[in-house]
Design a protein around this ligand. Structure first.
Ligand code: RNT
Ligand code: ZN
Length: 415
């Protein structure tokens, strides 16, 4: 089937495929830099710690800023759609002799990233790195009982706000700055409130750093548990949601790997949209736990995209990818995930959303079921192909040929 006949098939139901394609081209999605090097960064030699884990040891991971940027350029080449670059503070680039600890990082340590983002017309999102560092004391940072430890991480948070504002000014696009810590306990604590009160006060201290709320959007990310912190996390769902609700200009961030396995973020998106003008997402694929598998075009991914699109919330939801698979070619992993979320958005844009809602509101539930089911076999693939074509990227699985070539020419030489 050609694009023209697919277009006609959708037009029959009042759906304008050209409009969907044009809309999708301009929806920014944050591409996380950390899929390229298993969340390592450039500011330390130690392992990844703090309740998150990458598994696998596929050869060819990026070891330097230059390698990571080259790899990101490959992903850009293979993916349609507008991107924002998502950086972590541990990806600071220090010239020889320039190293400073995380409480002292400055915009100058990110100049090369700004140049890179500008080259590719990307805004930048940012994350303070509250893990993989020796100042994480007994698994705690902002909620530590040790005042000196908290102070260090508060200073890190403030430094990151200054850097976020610099990114926004340089690129002309607001920066989302996400606060996530792995703070928690492996076993049953005796005091669950104390760490949370300290976490609250620490974030409030960070927010004393003056900044323009139109340029920097602060988000707080919750988590149910982490590896090694199975019994308790300071930044639980209720904690971060309440924090965001109670602090002007702070948005909640939901990572769909951070809930009990039968909970779905697709249902939480519209709940939060009833109360928050803006929210943020980390899009991942949890397999039995927060495993951060590569995002696929699966049912829950589709459902999350639908909730954003059919509630007309594309400009209210900041979307970021957050997964890391070290067991397969990292560029292939990165690309599959980005393309999957693009497909999910396109799929949502191609549904007869108004009609489906009408069925629901008039209690025609069997008709709703029929339409939802029949629409699953609409010629989506042709529209996807056309979208890829217009964006100058390969539509079918043949894009992987480029990954294989890059692996042979570049990645295999990184031993
Ligand atoms: C960890 C959180 C967090 C990290 C990134 C690297 O469980 O999801 O968002 O994945 O900050
Ligand atoms: Zn996350």
């Amino acid at each position: 089937m050609s694009y023209e006949s697919a277009k006609a098939a959708y037009a029959k139901y009042g759906i304008d495929t050209d409009a969907a394609i044009n809309k999708l081209k301009n929806i920014p999605v944050a591409l996380h830099c950390w899929q390229g090097d298993d969340v390592t960064g450039f500011d330390h030699d130690g392992p990844l710690t703090g309740g998150i884990q990458t598994t696998g040891n596929y050869p060819g991971k990026a070891r330097t800023p230059e390698e990571l940027m080259a790899d990101i350029e490959e992903v850009i080449k293979l993916t349609p759609g507008t991107k924002k670059l998502n950086l972590h503070a541990c990806y600071a680039i220090f010239e020889p002799g320039q190293f400073v600890d995380r409480d002292k990082i400055e915009p100058k340590h990110f100049v090369k990233w700004v140049e890179f983002a500008k080259k590719h017309n990307m805004g930048i999102d940012f994350n303070p790195t509250f893990f993989s560092h020796d100042k994480v004391k007994d698994g705690l940072t902002l909620s530590s009982p040790d005042a000196e430890t908290r102070k260090f991480w508060i200073e890190h948070g403030k430094a990151c706000i200054r850097i976020s504002e610099y990114f926004a000014k340089e690129t002309g696009i607001p920066t989302v700055m996400n606060i996530w810590t792995g703070d928690g306990f492996k076993d049953i604590p005796a005091d669950r409130m104390g760490p949370r009160m300290r976490y609250k006060e620490s974030i409030e201290e960070i927010l004393k750093q003056p900044f323009d709320k139109n340029l920097v959007k602060i988000t707080v990310e919750s988590k149910v548990f982490g590896i090694g912190v199975e019994s308790y996390t300071s930044g639980s769902a209720e904690f971060t949601l309440s924090f965001a609700a109670g602090h002007d200009g702070v948005l909640p961030l939901m990572d769909n790997g951070h809930y009990h396995p039968t909970e779905v973020v697709s249902d939480k998106i519209p709940a939060l949209l009833c109360f928050f003008p803006e929210i943020a997402l980390h899009i991942t694929r949890p397999v039995r736990w927060d495993s951060d598998h590569v995002v696929l075009f699966d049912d829950e991914t589709k459902e999350m995209a639908k909730e954003i699109v059919r509630n007309d919330a594309l400009d209210r939801v900041f979307m970021a990818l957050d997964y890391f698979d070290a067991s397969i070619n990292r560029i292939g992993a990165w690309t599959v995930g980005f393309r999957s979320w693009q497909k999910a958005l396109l799929n949502a844009l191609l549904l007869p959303n108004a009609k489906l809602k009408e069925f629901q509101d008039t209690c025609r539930m069997n008709e709703l079921m029929v339409w939802q089911e029949e629409f699953k076999t609409m010629p989506f693939g042709e529209v996807w192909e056309e979208y890829c074509k217009q964006c100058g990227v390969v539509a079918g699985p043949e894009w992987y040929d480029e990954v294989k070539k890059y692996e042979a020419d570049v990645l295999s030489k990184r031993q």
